[in-house]
Structures are given as structure tokens and as C-alpha cells.
Write a protein that binds this ligand. Structure first.
Ligand SMILES: *Cc1c(COP(=O)(O)O)cnc(C)c1O
Length: 349
């Protein structure tokens, strides 16, 4: 493992910002170090003090729950923040590249584009399977610095084959991101348990889906401590706000609520799949290990518009690779799914 060769050279020398809360970490009676307002907040809740820049309490609870060390955890403003920071950490603008496997989550390419980093595409097969040999071959080309995989994959919903991911991790001497935004809905164990086997593995998870906290913006990256340390040096100092840290702690101590939601959603998903399959406008349903289902319908654009008229918004994925005439349905409550199915039944294509 040659972390120094993976990282953009100037960042190895970076002198990071040190905040007031870095320079003094104990407890004191009077804080006159951070230019905060000593009275209170103009809002009803009190947020006049800067939050913990290292989110120690959240990481403690998370480390316990996930069975990893605190030093293996990075927290971001959604997973979108670590996606951007990882590209900025490893890839030189106008010079280097990432590999992605379309159709997949859009933010990898968008973040790369924003950072002027090239994107090499190695498509999944028409059944959304990873092609590990092709991915490794593309990643070995000059200038390629990292690989993004997504499992379960968005928008297809399927898990990528475990041995195929292992082949990529073994075949590429550089960071490989496995985005597990939907892992809680899946039957397979997380790649978190493989961190000690693969120093180049970076696992992304999020509070936005199973935890039901998309509005708070909290994402997680897990990797070897040296990578986490580098992410911490380049992040905005107070990237996770006070409210989010408080709510995340509460959620982590009540994680059985999350598990209950997940169980319900998996049940609803299985029922939705059976019912969708019986709808005359549905031609094919792709296997899902996530909280959504991708289905090929007779006319995706027309059906999408029809559902909007009926006040039901789904995701039209008919323009993405292998997604011809495909709509992506998020699994809702039993009532929501029922209304969707009624609308589908009333549509005459
Ligand atoms: C929803 C989703 C995320 C989550 O992004 P946040 O910024 O944490 O809300 C990450 N990756 C994939 C593949 C997703 O579908």
C-alpha cells in the first residue's frame, strides 16, 4: 500500500486550519475564544456555540454499532461531501481520472466534473452486473486514481457480486469506493467487515435512507485511519452542525426503530414486486436489495407523465444506460404503494 502515491502531492504538505475548539479542548467556565454570541440564539433552540469539529460522541456510538474504530470513521454533510472530498484528495484536476460503472449514482461523475477530473466509464452489463476485469483494466490506464462502485446499485437496485468487487479491490493499487447507501435493506453483509483486509477499501454509508434522516444531511465514510486523517485535514472545520450531531446520537441509541422501518420496507418491497409484476404495463422487474424497484414498462415517458397527473412522482430512468423504458419506484408505505398500483391499473397504454 502506497498511500503517499495515491494522494495529491501538495495535500501531503497541507497545514490544515485549526479552530478555536481544536486549540482548547477541555471544559472551562468562560469561552471568549470563538467570537460566539454569549446570550443565546435568535431561534428558539440554543445553537450559539460551535459544534464539535470531530463529532466525537457520534463517532463513539457509531464505532460501537458498526464494529469499527473511531479512527476509521469520517462524517460528512451527506455522503455527497465525502464523494467530493475523496475526489479532491486523490485526483489532480485536468490531469487524472476516476472509473465509474454506469448506470450508477450520478454524483460521482458530477463531483469529478466540478473538480475537472476525467471520468472513465466501464458499463455494467445489461443485467447490471459488474465486469471486474474490464474495470481493473480501465483503472490501470495512466492517470486513473480511483474507482467508484455502488452496491446495492442505484438505479438498478441489485447487489454487485461479492467476488467481482473483491477482484477489483485486489486488482487495483489505489482507492476503491464501495457506496453502500442501501446496505441496510440488503441480505448481504457490509464491506465494512473487510476494511482490515483491503487498505484501499473506502465504504460509504448514509443516514439518508434506512435511518430516515435525509433532511439532516449526514453521511459516513469508513476506511483505514490514514485516509480518514487526510479527509479530516481537508474538510470544512465544522462540517457537521450541532443539530445533526444531536439527532444522530439519538437515532443511534434507538437503532431498533431503524431496524423496524427496514423490516417493514423490505416487506412492502416484496409485496410491491409481486403486485407490479401483475400490472399489464410492467414488462420486467429487476431484482432489488434496496428500498426501491426498477421496472421496465411499456412506455416510461407516457406513464411517468400520467403518474404526475395523478400526483404520484416516481423517477424516470429511461434515459440512463440499459434503462430503456424504466421507471424507478421508491418503496413507500402500504397505502402509498396501493395508490401507485391503482394508478398503474387505471392507465391504458
Ligand atoms: C441516496 C444515495 C446516497 C446518499 O447521499 P446523501 O448525500 O448521504 O443523502 C449516496 N449514494 C447513493 C448511491 C445514493 O443513492
Amino acid at each position: 500500500m502506497k498511500l503517499a502515491h495515491w494522494v495529491r502531492p501538495h495535500l501531503l504538505q497541507l497545514k490544515p486550519y485549526t479552530s478555536a475548539r481544536d486549540e482548547f479542548t477541555g471544559t472551562a467556565e468562560i469561552y471568549l475564544d470563538a467570537n460566539e454570541n454569549p446570550f443565546s440564539s435568535a431561534s428558539q433552540q440554543t445553537y450559539n456555540r460551535y459544534p464539535d469539529p470531530h463529532q466525537r460522541e457520534v463517532k463513539q456510538a457509531l464505532a460501537q454499532l458498526k464494529g469499527v474504530a473511531e479512527a476509521q470513521i469520517f462524517l460528512g454533510n451527506g455522503s455527497d461531501e465525502p464523494i467530493d472530498l475523496l475526489i479532491r484528495l486523490f485526483c489532480q484536476p485536468d490531469k487524472e481520472a476516476i472509473v465509474i460503472t454506469p448506470p450508477t449514482y450520478g454524483m460521482y461523475a458530477v463531483s469529478a466534473n466540478i473538480n475537472q477530473v476525467a471520468v472513465r466509464e466501464v458499463p455494467l452489463t445489461a443485467n447490471f452486473a459488474l465486469q471486474p476485469k474490464k474495470v481493473v483494466a480501465a483503472a490501470k490506464a495512466a492517470g486513473v486514481k480511483m474507482i467508484f462502485l455502488c452496491s446495492p446499485n442505484n438505479p438498478s437496485g441489485n447487489l454487485l457480486d461479492r467476488s467481482a468487487i473483491a477482484e477489483v479491490l485486489q486488482g487495483f493499487n489505489g482507492p476503491v469506493v464501495v457506496d453502500e447507501a442501501y446496505v441496510d435493506f440488503s441480505t448481504e453483509p457490509s464491506w465494512l467487515h473487510e476494511l482490515h483486509n483491503y487498505p484501499n477499501l473506502i465504504v460509504l454509508q448514509t443516514f439518508s435512507k434506512a435511518w430516515g434522516m435525509a433532511g439532516l444531511r449526514l453521511g459516513m465514510a469508513f476506511a483505514q485511519p490514514a485516509i480518514i486523517e487526510l479527509l479530516n485535514q481537508i474538510k470544512p472545520p465544522y462540517n457537521i452542525n450541532q443539530l445533526t450531531q444531536q439527532e444522530a446520537l439519538k437515532a443511534l441509541t434507538a437503532h431498533e426503530v431503524m431496524q423496524q422501518h427496514v423490516q417493514k420496507l423490505i416487506g412492502n418491497r416484496e409485496k410491491l414486486i409481486v403486485q407490479l409484476a401483475a400490472a399489464s404495463c410492467v414488462e420486467k422487474i429487476f431484482p432489488s436489495d434496496a428500498n426501491f424497484v426498477l421496472a421496465r414498462v411499456t412506455d416510461a415517458d407516457a406513464l411517468y407523465r400520467y403518474l404526475v397527473e395523478k400526483n404520484i412522482i416516481v423517477r424516470n430512468r429511461s434515459k440512463v444506460l440499459h434503462g430503456q423504458n424504466c421507471l424507478r419506484f421508491t418503496v413507500g408505505t402500504a397505502e402509498e404503494n396501493e395508490k401507485l398500483l391503482q394508478a398503474l391499473a387505471s392507465w391504458n397504454s
